[in-house]
Design a protein. Sequence first.
Length: 176
Amino acid sequence: MAGLFSRRLDPRPPGGPVVVLFHGFGSDGQRDWIDTGTAAMLAAFGHTVIVPDLPGHGSSPDPARAAEAHAPAIARAVTHGEQPSDPFTAMIAGLARTPGRALCVEGLRETPFTARSWSGKLPPVFVVGQDDGMTAGIERIVELTPGAELVRVPGGHVEALAGAGLREAVVKVLQG
């Protein structure tokens, strides 16, 4: 994961099972996992917690290709104010118009999702807010990831991160 900035919270005593918490698009590990108390809770349970910032997010370096052009619909929205017809593209264009977020959009190009075999002891678990419109299509990613499970918790995109439902789901998964 070259080019990523990460924080590590170690339990006392060190050596607990490792948990990697990835933040969402346009956010960072500090806001999604540290400020919500989730990382500290997992460290208190004895886990070594790693909280990376993806390229173009938080404290990570900017993506190498940030100077290249955006996708045409996003470029027209940002430069000419045209509203994209597709709601997801419109949301991305809105983020790109927000100061400091254009680099996050460019960072998506360098980090595509590619399903691979899973070698961890526990299967991957995708936890999303049940009212989160940003996770449309997550079922397809879960299907492409062998052994993966999808868990929906109360809340929308931002509310789910700080909610008790997410922390309860994480503890349940990690306790087996």
